[in-house]
Ligand binder design. Sequence first.
Ligand code: PEP
Length: 252
Amino acid sequence: MARRKLLMGNWKMNKTSAEAKEFAIAAKPLAQLAKANKIDLGVAPTYLSLQVTRAKAAKSMIVAAQNCHYKESGAYTGEVSIPMLKEMKINWVILGHSERRAYDNETSEKCNLKIKALLANDMTPLYCVGETLEEFEAGKTKEVVGEQIRKGLEGLSEEDGKKLVIAYEPVWSIGTGKNASTEIAQDVCNFIRKVLKECVGKSASKIRILYGGSVKPENIKAYLSCPDVDGALVGGASLKIDSYTKLLEEII
Ligand code: PEP
């Protein structure tokens, strides 16, 4: 069965709750358009805007958190737990984003704990992997990405694999306007699928792999034409409703 396309906006530390609300309302017709074209559409606001975005967005719109803690509760100042997200009807969480790996010590081992906790709660982890510019230039992309996948998914079953989504985001391409070629995107996503097979067996063929890194309306179609790229994780170009609309229109 063909994998369903997924367009996910990562808002990072942008938008106040009022701005998130305005976007969620404006995106309602888009969610219908996406649904009619069998495309999954989502956004990941900050924790503070999750509730209003979930309340105002169309039901079919995915509203994801940008992080979570793996413990249910406790002495973890500044953290948010999975039961707290579930209570707000948030069922998706982005994990291992390169900015969190770089600034917040989000390791693949930590992501593994979070992925297991999310799966135990029947939620969807969107696990991000990708190499830095230094690693890319040293020809270490597959070594780095392979290790991030193997460590992040350690101990997962074939059944667990069915609920996963992966994003390949070369760090040197995030927010820089420097695009990886479609050949690189396909080659690495195809490699990721092979490693996924090692980790979760047959369900690897069902896992959606998104590409991310300076994706814009002008290049999204080319990335999605790669056989192993099933969607896009988009930062900057997901912030304005106009360009978010164009991103969707380009992949219909
Ligand atoms: C991201 O935040 O995951 C991302 C890919 O950002 P941008 O699209 O701005 O490069």
